[in-house]
Design a protein around this ligand. Structure first.
Ligand SMILES: Cc1cc2nc3c(=O)[nH]c(=O)nc-3n(C[C@H](O)[C@H](O)[C@H](O)COP(=O)(O)O)c2cc1C
Length: 177
């Protein structure tokens, strides 16, 4: 087993970075390490039991630029059976046709490369038109956060999501043991 949890984020205006720090605080500071995807070694992807990936969506649902570049390099990383969870930042009101689309792009790419995705999240409580981040069960592939319109809900959502991730991770590790 490697180190416990690595969080990799990309961010244009700081929201996804801010949430990374909140997740770290709520998880327990000593057990989570934060990396900016713009400035890290590819080997980081192979160092942790759980990888949390933070991505904002920009301009009609595009993956944030630094993440976009990184996705092209992922073929050189062994992601087989690596456990990942994704959180996405978006704006459900002004960009409601593309709400957290980038989460869908990351989920697709990482699972194609063999990663195991945990931490799906219900769509209840959001008001958007369309999203490419919804799985076959009708849930978001990961945690959806909207710092533009629902920042007051982020704290509680993060708390609930972390408890869920810890539970899912524990169950996986029991199966593997
Ligand atoms: C020009 C612009 C385009 C955006 N496009 C989208 C989008 O397509 N989908 C979405 O959900 N949010 C969109 N957003 C909202 C951002 O994702 C949101 O503000 C997010 O918190 C930014 O995170 P960051 O500061 O980490 O980059 C957009 C915001 C701006 C200003």
């Amino acid at each position: 087993m490697g180190k416990k949890v690595g969080l990799i984020y990309g961010s244009e205006t700081g929201n996804t970075e801010y949430i990374a720090e909140l997740i770290q605080k709520k998880w327990g500071e000593d057990s989570i390490e934060i990396h900016n995807v713009a400035d890290m070694e590819l080997s980081v992807f192979e160092e942790y039991d759980l990888l949390i990936l933070g991505v904002p969506s920009w301009y009609d649902g595009q993956v944030q630029d630094d993440w976009d570049e990184m996705l092209e390099n992922l073929d050189d990383v062994d992601l087989n059976d690596r456990v990942i969870a994704i959180y996405g930042l978006g704006d459900q009101q002004d960009w409601g046709l593309y709400f957290i689309d980038a989460v869908g792009a990351l989920a697709e790419k990482f699972t194609q490369e063999g990663a195991k995705l945990i931490g799906e999240w219900p769509v209840d409580g959001y008001d958007f038109i369309e999203s490419q981040a919804i799985n076959k069960k009708g849930n978001f592939y990961g945690l959806a956060l909207d710092e533009d319109w629902q920042s007051e809900l982020s704290d509680e959502r993060i708390k609930t999501w972390i408890a869920q991730l810890k539970k899912e991770l524990h169950e996986l590790q029991q199966i593997a043991a």
